[in-house]
Design a protein around this ligand. Sequence first.
Ligand SMILES: [Zn+2]
Length: 266
Amino acid sequence: MTQARKPATPVKEEALIIRSIRHGESSRIVTLFGGTRGKFAVIAKGARRGSVTATGGSIGPPHRVEVVVHFKPSRSVQTLGQVTLLDAYPRVKQDLTLTGYAAVVLELLNRAFTDGEANPDAFKAATGALHDLEQGSYHPRVVLWRLQVAMIKATGFALDPYPCPVCGQEPAVIGRSNLLLLDRGAICCKDCRPSRGTSIPLSGESVSLLRRITNDGDPGLDRLKPSRMAISELTRTLERFLRYHHPGIGKLPALGMLDSLETPQL
Ligand SMILES: [Zn+2]
């Protein structure tokens, strides 16, 4: 007796489009990160540029969409049904540097999770970051740092820049050069020395910035203008922190691209 083939179940999901690549004559393979399902790939048939379809204009990154997907657990690529565009981030797309920031947001999501690994906190942080880049109410590095901190927390690691794990003083006494303890996710006082674990130096300015961006109630965050040195140092430190705990992420090419966009070679 043959069992009747089980039809794919249509489900509705809000998602960010991470990437979209051409597939055959008239289709695209689109990678999405959904609010409840995490990362998954779909095939969008008849969706090539220039073709007249309902989905044509909506299926490129970094759009936020609501999709109907015909899910079959046995398939690695699902079938895309209806697409509703929720946010096209027009200001981000018109600005090359902001596009570079959006690429880092999507690359982080893409690399931090495997297919089907749901993480609503990471989805919320990424959509929040894209929204903030679009609104332009914060320095874009502040948006990126808040996302990096949120991703560290969303992937299960602690980062608290206030108490000193060596002497217990809170907040730890900060000097010109300080140590971030990668294993503890903490910063120790300028004169305290950890007895074990990996640590990296961090300037007083970067520690102060890190404290402000991890403090949701900071009223002056929208006026924050970090120095060039802190821009480079804090971004790299947070990247290294995440990579230390989650080596699978690797170095982010989009971050290197962003640095070259912001500091053009003469
Ligand atoms: Zn201390």
